[in-house]
Ligand binder design. Structure first.
Ligand code: F0G
Length: 350
């Protein structure tokens, strides 16, 4: 049986004797070495951390297993979150496991179909508002203040605590920190978590240094890069369609303390990286996930020399969550009669 991450990293997590230890199979995700892109972009060693291999298909399960454990410990009967999709899928799953009333607020029309299907399937109360993620988050904050409901967005520190285990796993797998850590940035909880994890491991003597944190927002939703709130964020990567990130300041601390950058990538750069990942490495991440690779490519093309360096790109969510984009971004299937010759001809075998 897979051990609970709560047990594995108990020394670093806010556990008490009353915290329930359980698992839905989250964490211990693969760190896969690049075969093609590493050489193409001159990286010493390039790895992809496949967070889509978590039980609900995204990195959110790391934080959710911890946040929901604490909610249960504290006697909560209900949990709530705002989400661009993945947090809602994860909250719905962990809420279902514990029999909690789970309510998720999502932006109507701007959540990938797979994620909506998950939240509904796990039995959450799904509210789709005529507004964006930032507005949904504000509503959830008000609800949690007024009612005895545990908020499980990443403003809940227990989410950050759980998510920082991603950094521990990378160090445990590589034997030390990578030189560079590339990551998509939306609400900025994940970059905050990874930085916290790397710093704690370094302080505990489990890593010799800290990595340079390279965060990437989508160009149409890049408040940190622009240094102002974006009222109407827009991007094809709906997971990171956020104009006022909750962990804004903490992301800036991660950037500055690590000597890194938070930059933006265009939707075209995201889609190009998304295609490369799938067709050249056999890794199907969702569009927002590809912002990490898109950022690496942009950085290298802009003069960053990664020769002799180790870099990790976090692939935050599974590509199956957003089948609409997958079908739009690739060649359509070929429709043919059920005949051998027709297939041979179409494959141009000579
Ligand atoms: N990648 C994916 C697949 C995401 O779902 C998210 C965030 C991010 C990256 C960005 O991470 O917010 O910690 O900076 N999704 C949230 C949600 C907002 O509601 O599912 P972040």
């Amino acid at each position: 049986m897979k051990p609970s991450i709560l047990q594995k990293y108990s020394d670093f997590l806010p556990l008490t004797d009353n915290t329930p230890i359980y698992t839905l199979g989250e964490c211990d995700t693969p760190l896969v070495r690049s075969r093609v892109l590493e050489k193409e972009f001159g990286v010493g060693a390039l790895y992809f951390k496949l967070e889509g291999c978590n039980p609900t298909g995204s990195f959110k399960d790391r934080g959710m297993v911890m946040a929901v454990a604490k909610a249960v410990e504290e006697g909560s009967k209900a949990i709530m979150c705002a989400s661009t999709g993945n947090t809602s899928a994860s909250a719905a799953a962990y809420g279902a496991y514990w029999g909690l009333m789970t309510c998720v607020i999502v932006p109507h029309g701007n959540i990938a179909m797979g994620k909506l299907a998950q939240a509904v399937a796990y039995g959450a109360r799904v509210i789709a508002i005529d507004g964006n993620f930032d507005q949904a988050l504000s509503l959830v904050r008000q609800m949690a203040e007024k009612h005895p409901i545990a908020m499980v967005n990443s403003v809940n520190p227990n989410r950050i605590e759980g998510q920082k285990t991603g950094a521990f796993e990378i160090v445990d797998a590589l034997g030390d920190v990578p030189d560079y850590h590339f990551i998509p940035v939306g609400n900025a909880g994940n970059i905050t978590s990874y930085w916290k994890g790397y710093v704690e491991y370094n302080n505990a003597g489990k890593a010799s240094k800290r990595p340079v944190m390279m965060g990437f927002q989508a160009e149409g939703a890049a408040p940190i890069v622009k240094d102002h709130i974006v009222e109407n964020p827009e991007t094809i990567a709906t997971a990171i369609r956020i104009g006022n990130p909750a962990s804004w300041e903490k992301a800036i601390i991660a950037r500055d303390e690590s000597g890194g950058v938070i930059d933006s990538v265009t939707d075209n750069e995201i889609l190009s990286a998304y295609n490369m990942l799938a067709t050249k490495e056999g890794i199907f991440g969702e569009p927002a996930s590809a912002a990490s690779l898109a950022g690496l490519i942009k950085s290298v093309n802009g003069g960053l020399n990664l020769a002799g360096k180790t870099a990790v790109c976090i692939i935050t969510g599974n590509g199956l969550k957003d089948p609409d984009i997958a079908l739009k971004a690739a060649k359509p299937p070929i429709k043919l009669p059920s005949k051998l010759e027709a297939i041979e001809q179409s494959l141009d075998l000579g």
